[in-house]
Design a protein around this ligand. Sequence first.
Ligand code: PLP
Length: 377
Amino acid sequence: MKRFVYADNAATTQLDKDAFEEMKPYLLEEYGNASQPYSFSRKAKLGLKEARKTIASCLNASPEEIFFTSGGTESDNWALKGVSSYDKTRAIITSEIEHHAILNTSAAIEKMGCPVVYLAPTEEGVITTDVLKALISSNTKLVSVMSANNEVGTIQPIKELCDVAHKYGALFHTDAVQSVGHIKIDVKHLGIDMLSASAHKFNGPKGIGFLYIKNGTQINPYMSGGSQESGLRAGTENVASIVGMATALKKNIEQISFNTTYIKELEHQLLTKLRKIKGIDYKKNGGENTIPGNISLSFRGQDGEMLLHRLDLRGICVSTGSACDSVNTHTSHVLQAINLDKSYINGTIRISLGKHNTIEDVDYIVEEIKKIICISA
Ligand code: PLP
């Protein structure tokens, strides 16, 4: 029987119901502008203050180090442009497998005359310290490497990469959009200077995120205007979404061990059941250390677009690569960078399971993949 299975949690997640309930009063009753001094705005101001504190405590940061933005893309733009505009002569190092929020920002920075260097991953999608050491110098201003890849899920050795960057006097930024709320992140332990996050990837609302900026980091404002966010990011704060983001993150962090075990078990079941199907030739991308539930599969000789649409007809949502890139149908830059064999590359789909998925969802996905591939073979 046809069911609906949402298995594209790396693209976006379902809004947490508690987060929605926390947001409601700020949309309907407590709609005051948090910057106004009168008593009606007091609740909005307090909501903002509490949310900043909650988010900071989830990452072991200080509240004044959390700056609200419109999401991952803005945070990435701010981190790179805000630092490079300080000193256009020193280089930025990033990786070939970053999200386009970083890659296209890097291209824009290059056009403005700032050199950018791109690190190549291993075939498992890892950016190693050896690759960074070979290219970094005292002329490097900033190193930006994502903490987990959105297409193949690989978790990067962030602490080690950050240590190398600091040894050469460079700042370290990580696009943690895929990992915040899904794996434990302690910014002090990792030593990072900046971190980008987006609420809709951890069951918060869309269009809201934050940039963690370590105290003392030299960075220019991204948005000019009013004096919100300590004068660094202007614009009236989206209090309801900020409160929803904080609620969703706190809940995910409180339940992180349970969620990880649960989602990893679903992933294990999916891969075990898939392995049992005879006559299907596929590879799992991204190595062993991946974000729970992020399963990138490349089926030899298949067409990923065709698989996506046939799964869609059966009520299953998956992705072919990066969902934020769905208008671009060219071969994924990540799959190319990890040197995936040509006979597999076009047959890639990303199944990303989340805390709302069930074992019945997994059984249905595997059963339908089997029908599609075995019938078209
Ligand atoms: N960075 C990564 C790794 C992502 O996966 C995404 C979205 O898919 C973004 C940045 C962009 O985030 P947002 O949708 O909040 O702009």
